[in-house]
Design a protein around this ligand. Structure first.
Ligand SMILES: Cc1cc2nc3c(=O)[nH]c(=O)nc-3n(C[C@H](O)[C@H](O)[C@H](O)COP(=O)(O)OP(=O)(O)OC[C@H]3O[C@@H](n4cnc5c(N)ncnc54)[C@H](O)[C@@H]3O)c2cc1C
Length: 328
């Protein structure tokens, strides 16, 4: 069988396709000259959104969009998405399948890989084609101490990729693409009963333009409020290093790093963060980095554009005061 092209699973369980799917389309366009074939996107959607979603996916880089229409109530049903993605793979026979490594994508992709008997590399930070023409998947391994370059020996190659690691391509709404509407019958859709979709607004650090990140320089859970206030005043997202999550002071979706989010904001302000490699891996591509630390030999210093040697409490309070009295 000739496996060709790249298939991107466009995540849509809530009525809108998430940004990470578009990032993957950008990467697929970059890789396709070396892979050959077409860039496919597949999406599960309701009837009303077929045109809107197809146009979006073509604009972001798909040559062909494989659409599965379902009743609105089946949209957040993972069994339906699993069957649809298996069907899209058997239709397109792609060499590579890319899925966003979001909680939803991480739940769908392994079920599909297991069903079709192929390997999957989860949580990749990059994908490239080597000199032999093989797809290579890059991800941290052995508790993040090494970066593994992995080849899957079965077809198709399946990878989930962290949101934010690839840039968002510029959409081109004048691009032309083909829309293929396919039916999906899901005999066991009833095996999952979706009780509701959480209304909690997900924190999307990978999309933030300004981030205030706090680390172990913060002394207690109560003190987090001060930095929350500072982030709000700067219209920034509050993020953190891993120890604050481990201590239960911050939610996991606010962690930056290897085992958290990869971020590339215009401005990253690191307050009381030493700059361990696992943290740096998640924020080193920020445009402008400001570090505030009492220790001028902290590793983060060499990654920063501006370093303020001082106490984070003192500086946060002064900054807040200045912001409030409109001196900025
Ligand atoms: C498998 C694995 C995965 C990991 N993944 C991640 C990850 O995704 N993200 C992550 O962040 N970490 C991760 N880690 C943990 C990482 O190795 C570090 O332990 C962690 O990043 C350290 O966090 P920190 O910089 O906040 O704390 P510390 O290293 O303790 O640094 C605290 C800093 O605050 C400064 N400081 C203290 N008080 C003040 C003050 N009053 N004012 C100013 N500065 C002050 C200190 O000088 C110091 O530089 C991972 C570890 C492993 C093993």
């Amino acid at each position: 069988m000739n496996w060709q092209g790249i298939l991107v699973y466009a995540e849509n369980y809530s009525g809108s396709i998430n940004r990470a799917s578009f990032e993957l389309l950008g990467k697929a366009r970059e890789l396709i000259p070396k892979v050959g074939g077409d860039v496919y996107a597949t999406v599960v959607t309701n009837k009303e959104s077929v045109e809107r979603h197809s146009k979006e996916l073509v604009a972001f880089g798909a040559d062909k969009v494989i659409v599965y229409t379902v009743e609105e109530m089946l949209l957040p049903n993972p069994v339906v998405h699993r069957v649809a993605l298996i069907n899209a793979i058997s239709y397109a026979k792609p060499r590579l399948v890319l899925v966003p490594a979001t909680p939803w994508g991480r739940s769908i992709a392994p079920r599909v890989a297991a069903a079709i008997g192929t390997g999957i590399t989860a949580d990749c930070l990059d994908v490239y084609i080597d000199e032999n023409g093989d797809v290579v998947q890059v991800r941290p391994a052995f508790t993040g101490n090494i970066i593994a370059h992995i080849k899957t020996l079965t077809n198709p190659v399946m990878a989930t990729v962290r949101p934010g690691v690839f840039p968002l391509p510029q959409p081109r709404y004048d691009r032309k693409g083909e829309v293929i509407v396919r039916d999906v019958s899901v005999p066991n859709a009833d095996s999952v009963k979706v009780l509701g979709v959480s209304k909690k607004k997900a924190v999307k650090l990978s999309e933030a333009e300004v981030i205030v990140a706090i680390g172990r320089g913060v002394k207690s859970k109560e003190d987090v409020k001060l930095f929350e206030e500072l982030a709000k005043a700067l219209k920034a997202q509050l993020a953190c290093s891993r120890p604050l999550v481990d201590m239960g002071w911050m939610e996991r979706d606010r962690q930056v790093g290897f085992s958290g989010s990869i971020v590339k904001p215009k401005l990253y302000i690191a307050l009381g963060i030493s700059g361990a490699p696992q943290h740096i891996a998640g924020m080193k591509d920020s445009k402008y980095i400001i570090a505030v630390n009492i220790d001028q030999s902290a590793p983060i210093v060499k990654y920063s554009d501006l370093v303020v040697i001082g106490d984070i409490y003192d500086i946060a309070k002064k900054l807040l005061h200045a912001l409030k009295s409109s001196q900025f």
